[in-house]
Design a protein around this ligand. Structure first.
Ligand SMILES: [Mn+2]
Length: 459
């Protein structure tokens, strides 16, 4: 039996001084044509308020294979409804495996074709009426993602979305979250861009819950579903450039993998470079190197020659100048304000928007601001800024101690004409969350995002 669903309690606080972004699609629970239990009511029947909607389930793949706004909307409604009314093990009765297969195959094909760094510019339809919404980590917090999509306004011809990765793990609805975003990607492949986070990997999903979540929800087909997700993760691009002046990626910037000269005589052209193979100096990588990196790996390697994906996905900014190995994480880099300046200058950029650090991670980073508002401005240099945006409010969903961070989530809006001045929008978590059990041992897991256990990551 289907019970009635309610629109989520959307408790948003938007302290931003700027007016809300233009929105043509206020509330998908009331404005879009989904099956409604009240649709057969006669005019004399009192109109229920709020409208009582339930999704059309089980979901089927459109006959002509073309997703529509109504299909994507119904999928979101179905996931929201099932998260509140069904046991997780009943998800296949909402989204049958055959429909999952079609969705992930279609999305994977699109994603694998994209370059490592996607460009969103005039050539891709960015114009004077466009907005670009940049979203940080969401970590399986489905209801907050649904809120964010409604609050920012759904993707549309004029509204681009760039998601900076970390769709899954820790939160209990990683699969529903990831599939919702994949559905948007398939529906609007040139408006929605999904970048890879460090959690879109075999290692992280085996430690932080996503693998167990999928196995629990899809039982006999669980392994198949998990494998297909991993294959899709491999296709996710690493970075984006928006409007020629904004770089976004989950972790941040990356090293040059070219053999680095130990010494270079200054001021003289054509002077021979003295190479010393024993000394490896870290230096910034170029866009060409980023585009050539091999991203199709289950886990970005922390050693060898294919280091750029690991850097882009795992690195963190620091207040200390220079580029150094990220020893806390065991992979990726730490970079200082000087590197932000060099990177911006090298690529003629104004802004770096990265994600990857939540309130727990920031609590342990001396000299870095806390994540209470869902974003921080980490570096302000001559050429521009480095921003961290984190979009999972009241994170993590499951926590060992009773003291919650109660952080807000945030997203960033970039507006014409130059798309290089960030507008920040903070929002509260949708409460109460449906009661569910975690899919990982959150009491024993390292509280802040992972020191990488390299020994267990052998590929
Ligand atoms: Mn991360």
């Amino acid at each position: 039996m289907l019970s009635e669903s309610e629109p989520p309690a959307a408790a948003a606080s938007l302290p931003s001084a700027t007016p809300p972004p233009p929105s043509s699609d206020e509330d998908f629970f009331s404005s879009v044509s989904v099956a409604s239990t009240s649709s057969t009511s006669s005019p004399s029947t009192p109109i229920p308020s709020p409208p009582q909607l339930h999704p059309e389930i089980p979901i089927s793949w459109p006959e002509d294979g073309t997703l529509t706004l109504a299909w994507v909307t119904n999928l979101m409604l179905a996931f929201d409804w099932s998260s509140k009314n069904l046991a997780p093990t009943e998800l296949p009765s909402v989204l049958p495996v055959v429909v999952f297969d079609r969705l992930i195959l279609t999305a994977s094909k699109i994603l694998h074709k994209e370059p490592n760094c996607v460009h969103i510019d005039g050539g891709s339809g960015l114009g004077n009426n466009s907005r670009v919404v940049v979203v940080g980590d969401v970590h399986g917090q489905l209801h907050d993602v649904l809120f964010l999509l409604r609050d920012a306004g759904f993707p549309s011809d004029d509204r681009f979305f760039v998601f900076n990765g970390d769709y899954v793990d820790r939160g209990a609805w990683g699969l529903e979250t990831f599939l919702t975003l994949l559905a948007w990607k398939v529906f609007m492949p040139n408006r929605v861009f999904l970048l890879r986070g460090n959690h879109e990997s075999k290692y992280c999903t085996s430690v932080y819950g996503f693998e167990k979540e999928v196995l629990a929800k899809y039982a006999d087909s669980g392994k198949h579903v998990y494998r297909k997700c991993l294959g899709c993760f491999e296709g996710l691009p690493l970075a984006s450039i928006i409007g020629d002046h904004v770089y976004t990626a989950h972790g941040g910037i990356f090293r040059s993998i070219a053999v680095t000269p130990a010494k270079r005589a200054k001021g003289k052209k054509n002077r021979k470079i003295v190479s010393n193979p024993d000394v490896t100096t870290l230096s910034l990588g170029s866009m060409e190197e980023l585009l050539k990196a091999r991203r199709s790996v289950l886990d970005p390697p922390w050693e060898g020659t294919n280091l750029i994906p690991g850097d882009v996905l795992w690195s963190d900014p620091s207040m200390k100048p220079g580029l150094s190995p990220n020893k806390e994480r065991g992979i990726g880099l730490l970079w200082g304000p000087d590197c932000t300046e060099d990177f911006l200058k090298m690529l003629n950029l104004k802004l770096i928007i990265r994600s990857h650090e939540g309130p727990d991670a920031r609590e342990k980073r001396e000299g870095m601001e806390g994540m209470d508002q869902g974003y921080t401005i980490d570096h302000e240099v001559q050429s521009g800024k480095l921003i961290t945006v984190f979009s999972a409010p009241d994170y993590p969903q499951f926590q060992a101690t009773k003291d919650r961070y109660r952080n807000k989530g945030a997203y960033i809006i970039l507006e014409p004409p130059n798309f290089d001045i960030p507008v920040y929008r903070s929002f509260e978590a949708v409460m109460p969350r449906p009661k569910v059990n975690p899919y990982y041992d959150f009491e024993d897991c390292i509280d802040s995002d992972e020191e990488l256990d390299l020994a267990s990551m052998a590929t």
